[in-house]
Design a protein around this ligand. Structure first.
Ligand SMILES: NC(=O)c1ccc[n+]([C@@H]2O[C@H](COP(=O)([O-])OP(=O)(O)OC[C@H]3O[C@@H](n4cnc5c(N)ncnc54)[C@H](O)[C@@H]3O)[C@@H](O)[C@H]2O)c1
Length: 311
């Protein structure tokens, strides 16, 4: 019998706080070469969206996430991100669990945005904002709140920001400019519009760029990337399908100038070097993060009344 974690089971099993710790452990294990991750495969179905197949292996388990990004879906009452995570035992190949991919993704995306902000932001950072109050923006705001920070939300759709702020107990920025002036910013939009044009960031700010995780998307101008100290989740993914792809194409950044978050966490690479640095973190979303959440969920499997699959 294979346990199935629906959205509510994933959320009951893994708190945002636990997600941050689990995702931190995943970045560390990956940086140390203990966990590995074949490249994410994009299966285009444009203009509607795309499918992604994301495998990873570590801690005695293998994982596959089959997940979508269909940006036009919310207008039709459907989620942008949906699919399934399969967790298997790496010693004999047996299937151990199936989990809702949207819930796992939201938890690990919020966790990565906040982990990067905590690792790379100024020590005395006070204000935090999340731009984009959709599924993953809300998860990011929830994670900031769980870590004891106040957070303000901004969304092009004011009603959505208001509803999310009310639901989470977050604040609302009065304007996009106010949101973009925070010490710690997470951008979680579909990446159709540049939110951070050249010379928009101030010394000392940190931005976790979460939205541009596929071809043709961008939340920051190439000229602004060139002004910042650059970090990413994984150079291979970020330089091909992430925010950094545009900067690499334009010759504005090379691999030597970008450090991976895991390398910073294990002390192999420097993080922020002065309070005046502008730091940016390009997240494309890694299967190792999903593996970390799936393993954390399994720790609580016995406490939950989970439905099962009998294959
Ligand atoms: N990096 C990662 O690990 C990761 C993980 C999941 C999703 N994503 C990406 O993040 C993005 C958001 O995903 P989601 O599931 O939250 O989508 P969603 O559709 O639920 O939410 C997107 C939100 O952004 C708002 N928005 C759109 N344009 C905006 C703008 N110019 N300024 C401010 N707000 C704007 C929308 O009104 C909506 O509320 C997508 O591009 C998705 O592919 C990245």
């Amino acid at each position: 019998m294979i346990p199935v974690f629906s959205v509510r089971h994933v959320e009951a099993a893994v708190s945002p706080e636990r997600a941050v710790e689990a995702v931190r452990e995943a970045f560390v294990a990956y940086a140390r070469g203990e966990w590995s991750m074949p490249p994410k495969v994009y299966v285009p179905a444009y203009p509607a969206g795309d499918f992604r197949a994301m495998p990873a292996i570590g801690a005695g388990h293998a994982l596959l996430k089959w997940v979508t990004s269909f940006p036009g879906n919310p207008a039709r009452g459907l989620p942008t991100v949906t699919g399934l995570v399969l967790l298997s035992d790496a010693s004999d190949g047996s299937l151990r669990a199936a989990l809702d991919a949207g819930a796992v993704t939201a938890l690990r995306t919020g966790a990565a945005a906040v982990l990067a902000a905590e690792t790379l932001g100024r020590r005395d950072a006070e204000t935090a904002s999340v731009i984009g109050a959709g599924v993953n923006g809300r998860a990011t705001a929830k994670t900031f709140l769980a870590r004891g920070r106040t957070v303000m939300l901004w969304d092009i759709d004011e009603q959505r920001a208001r509803a999310a702020a009310h639901e989470l107990g977050a604040g609302m920025a009065r304007s996009r400019e106010e949101a973009l002036a925070a010490d710690l910013i997470a951008t979680v939009t579909p990446g159709h519009e540049i939110l951070l044009p050249e010379r928009s960031l101030q010394p000392g700010q940190h931005v976790s760029l979460m939205g541009a995780d596929g071809p043709g998307k961008a939340e920051i101008a190439v000229g602004e990337v060139a002004r910042a100290r650059v970090f990413c989740d994984d150079w291979e993914q970020a330089s091909h399908n992430g925010e950094l792809a545009h900067a690499v194409e334009a010759g504005a950044i090379t691999q030597d100038e970008a450090n991976e978050l895991g390398a910073v966490l294990v002390g192999q690479a420097p993080g922020r070097q002065s309070p005046g640095d502008i730091t940016i973190f390009d997240s494309t979303g890694l299967a190792i993060q999903d593996l970390a959440i799936a393993l954390a969920a399994m720790e609580r499997a016995d406490e939950l009344d989970l439905p099962t699959l009998d294959l």
